[in-house]
Design a protein around this ligand. Sequence first.
Ligand code: GBH
Length: 449
Amino acid sequence: MSTAPMPQFPTGFRWGVSTSAHQIEGATTADGRAPSIWDTFARSPGRISDGSSGEVACDHYHRHTEDVALLAGLGVSAYRLSIAWPRIQPTGAGPANPAGLDFYDRLVDELLAAGVDPVATLYHWDLPQPLEDAGGWLHRDTAARFAEYAEKTAARLGDRVRLWITLNEPFIHMSLGYGMGVHAPGRMLLFDAFPVAHHQLLGHGLAVAALRTHAASPVAIANNYSPVRVLGDRDADRAAGAAYEALHNRLFTDPLLGRGYPELPGFDPSVIHPGDLDTIATPIDVLGVNYYNPTGVRAAEEGSPLPFDLVPLDGYPRTAFDWPVAPDGLRELLGWLRDTYGDALPPIEITESGCAYDDAPDADGQVADPERIAYLDGHLRAVRAAIDDGVDVRGYFVWSLLDNWEWAEGFTKRFGLVHVDYATQTRTPKSSYTWLRDVIAASRPGSAR
Ligand code: GBH
């Protein structure tokens, strides 16, 4: 880790942390909430590595006041939460459930009272189960349902949410949820999952318009990106790199920024109706970038069903998830976005960046996580370097405030700045929390350094 002082960030740079509803809230039957695809998925045997579910998670639904105090203590200027669609529309359609909206209404007010800007993601993968039963995101109508939900939510919260995010990581939802079956809804359609991309993007575009009828705040989408490192120098390796880049980094960005879809083998364009590409390209104000690591790619072995092979990258430390810790990849990615999209690229906020380690309290109850401090230090310096390179980056959100329910990995991966003892729901700020608090305080205009 660098011993040089952390460089200053531009005035107004947004410091934040992120969570998502199903990973922290619990209370899955409270106040009229009905099952989402993740409740169903977690109930089917063998899907979640520790057999757990999000039924209780961090019990944030009942402990939000304590969690807002943790945010205030950290000194962040923003908090990215997600709204659970099945709390707002338990069946995925029809009138809004007032009790569901009340929860987020209170939370938003608590955040504002604590001086923290609420940033709300409308969809972090928790589709109401009845919509999945009707075909989920393979079904075009889900896009219209999503816009309706966006409208109802913005009607209540649009005056106070400071940044709206339509979808979280539509690529991961499509690929892991509908392509490979390791996330909910657990479907294994491989490349037949492409309609899920188009319908999510269509839902996004319709939702942008719906949000703008109630909210003056900026609107974004949070995509995940991974800079591609081509391993090998054969033409086939370069072609494999380009294929992976189109699938992972461009499928959900080219059409958003008005370029239509990239060339993708297996993509059946018959799902695209006249006018859809214009709807999808409805202007957004901010591009949310979730970054975890770069990806090594080379030509596929003979007979592989995929047009590329993904290869672990050597030479990096690894997290508990075995993902490489590569802050240089973040700077590279931000440069790639600027070079690829030029003037069409909106201002960027890093809407997720973080790491999992096996953090545990010591005999004195303290939780030391020096690896996470090194991770955040490196990634913040990479953001600063990208700003110096000329990329317009306006904010950085750490994934995550709390250790939480890590989807198919259950409670086995801890991403929090705050440790959670799930048996007692005790929250213990880790040493990274204190470190980040000091970095944020030092970045305030007029602070000592
Ligand atoms: C995000 O997804 C989610 O938005 C969030 O809910 C989740 O809790 C968080 O990240 C942590 O997982 O095979 O070694 O190249 C992250 C998506 C997909 C990022 C897999 C890293 C590949 C690692 N991730 N990816 S590797």
